[in-house]
Design a protein. Structure first.
Length: 500
């Protein structure tokens, strides 16, 4: 017992020896003289102490002050029977360590107000080491950072949330519906990522589009930005269909082919319609660009009609009733052009449509006029609610010089005897799958001399062509479109933005 008491005195002295870097001498003394005579618990404690000191001494690249600081920070477990002189109470340890750390940080600084500086430095140090989890990257101008990199946690911005009413009001508070909504979350994240890419791209396009630009330049700049935002990756993420930029009496399905010299003019009414997708979850959204304010009523008619369609949409809503409401709003507008007043008409053979993964037109159509089938919308469905207003006849037909193509979604195996057509089909399958494409994109994929092969695939029914759709020449048409999803608990307008 006398030897143990003597050892504890040595241990107390060692605490001070460590401050002047004499711990090695003490360890040698302990090992050579005292250790053989110690009781088992004390011997174990000494072995642990020596191990800790050894780790401190072996730390590479540390200068003397740093090693001294590390030794001060080292916390050791003490036996319950330790004396008051040996141990520091657990409540006081953090405070003591903080003061010591602060003293080390303040070395070399003058100091009547040293205590205040110590606390500030300690707080600043802790903040800097926090990993910066709350700092999200900021988008550049023009946008260059992909949406998935802007939101690395995968929590993309929500669209506009519209609560169900009337017969579906119970869904907003039903626990069962909330669980189904949660199970639907992965598909919603993919759609929201595509929607955020669409919002940022169109905001960028709206900042520079102006008269005098060629349609090729407009489309290529838009598509280049869209590919960056969506972080194009084969069929996993990219553009859902070619950029539509139909002008005036052309209502839809026009994108410039290679060599097209068409220029956007001040008195043009241009429909910009493009889509993005992530894992086949397509966002189909469009707006109308015009520079002459005389076309404001025409554009406002399409915007109001689309919003009415969104308002009427919902689980168990009948498609024919939605079309009737859209027509009523659209045809309540008039536009005066060159001294003549025109009632805005719905283009009755154009309509909205349901959307499925990698399938832009999934089967159900949302009419924009009274009539049609009384088919109901269903839970979990995605829809493109789009309306077209016209100062012409309100009926479109196919034009020449087709630019849009899409592989037949339901086509089975069809034998192909022309080798060039086989090669083109392989390229289509690799780059586009069942998503729409255009001639510019075929050339971008590296294909040359493909026109006859493409025509052959169309003749076999493997690929469908979608020529421009035009109304009466000399009239003007406008379009507005959003993508919505009918969630179990609410309706979400995925593509809604500050612009429209």
């Amino acid at each position: 017992s006398g030897i143990n008491a003597e050892y504890r005195e040595f241990q107390t002295f060692q605490h001070y020896f460590k401050q002047i870097n004499l711990s090695i001498t003490f360890q040698l003394m302990s090992a050579a003289v005292i250790t053989p005579h110690l009781e088992e618990p004390v011997r174990n404690e000494l072995a642990e102490l020596e191990l800790d000191n050894g780790e401190d001494d072996k730390t590479p690249g540390l200068d003397a002050p740093t090693a001294k600081k590390n030794k001060k920070k080292k916390k050791k477990k003490k036996p319950a029977g330790d004396t008051q002189e040996e141990g520091i109470s657990e409540e006081r340890k953090p405070e003591a360590i903080e003061v010591e750390d602060g003293a080390d940080q303040a070395e070399g600084e003058a100091g009547g107000d040293a205590p205040a500086k110590k606390k500030k430095k300690k707080k600043k140090k802790g903040g800097a080491g926090g990993g910066g989890g709350g700092n999200k990257p900021q988008q550049t101008d023009p946008p260059t950072i992909a949406i998935c990199d802007l939101y690395p946690d995968g929590e993309f911005p929500l669209g506009e949330i519209c609560q169900y009413t009337d017969d579906n009001l119970w869904r907003t508070s039903s626990q069962e519906m909330k669980m189904k909504d949660f199970a639907f979350e992965e598909a919603l994240k993919e759609a929201r990522q595509a929607a955020e890419a669409h919002r940022q791209v169109r905001q960028y396009v709206q900042s520079w589009i102006k008269p005098g630009l060629t349609m090729v330049e407009i489309c290529e700049r838009l598509e280049e930005c869209s590919r960056r935002m969506i972080k194009e990756n084969g069929l996993q993420a990219g553009l859902a269909f070619p950029t539509g930029c139909s002008i005036n009496h052309c209502a839809a399905h026009y994108t410039p082919n290679p060599g097209d010299k068409t220029v956007l003019m001040y008195d043009d009414v241009c429909k910009i319609d493009f889509g993005t997708h992530v894992n086949g979850r397509i966002i189909d959204c469009a707006w109308t660009v015009h520079f002459n304010p005389k076309f404001d009523p025409l554009v406002n008619a399409a915007k109001a009609a689309t919003n009415m369609g969104i308002k009427c949409a919902g689980i168990d809503a009948r498609l024919n009733e939605i079309g009737e409401a859209i027509q009523e709003v659209m045809e309540s507008y008039e536009v005066e052009l060159d001294g003549n007043t025109y009632q805005v008409k719905c283009i009755r053979n154009l309509n909205g449509h349901s959307i499925e993964p990698y399938k832009i037109h999934a089967g159900k159509t949302v009419p924009i006029i009274k009539g049609g089938e009384a088919i109901k919308m269903e839970e979990g469905e995605f829809y493109a609610i789009e309306t077209f207003g016209s100062t012409g006849k309100g009926m479109v037909h196919d034009d020449v010089d087709c630019s849009h193509y899409m592989k037949n979604f339901d086509i089975g195996h069809v034998p192909i005897r022309i080798n060039r057509a086989k090669g083109l089909l392989n390229s289509i399958n690799k780059n586009f799958g069942t998503l729409a494409f255009c001639k510019r994109w075929v050339e971008r994929a590296g294909e040359t001399k493909y026109l006859l092969a493409l025509k052959h695939l169309c003749d076999l029914g493997i690929v469908n062509d979608y020529p421009p759709l035009v109304d009466q020449k000399g009239c003007y048409t406008a379009q507005m479109e959003h993508t919505i999803v009918l969630r179990p608990t609410c309706k979400e307008v995925l593509s809604r933005g500050d612009d429209y």
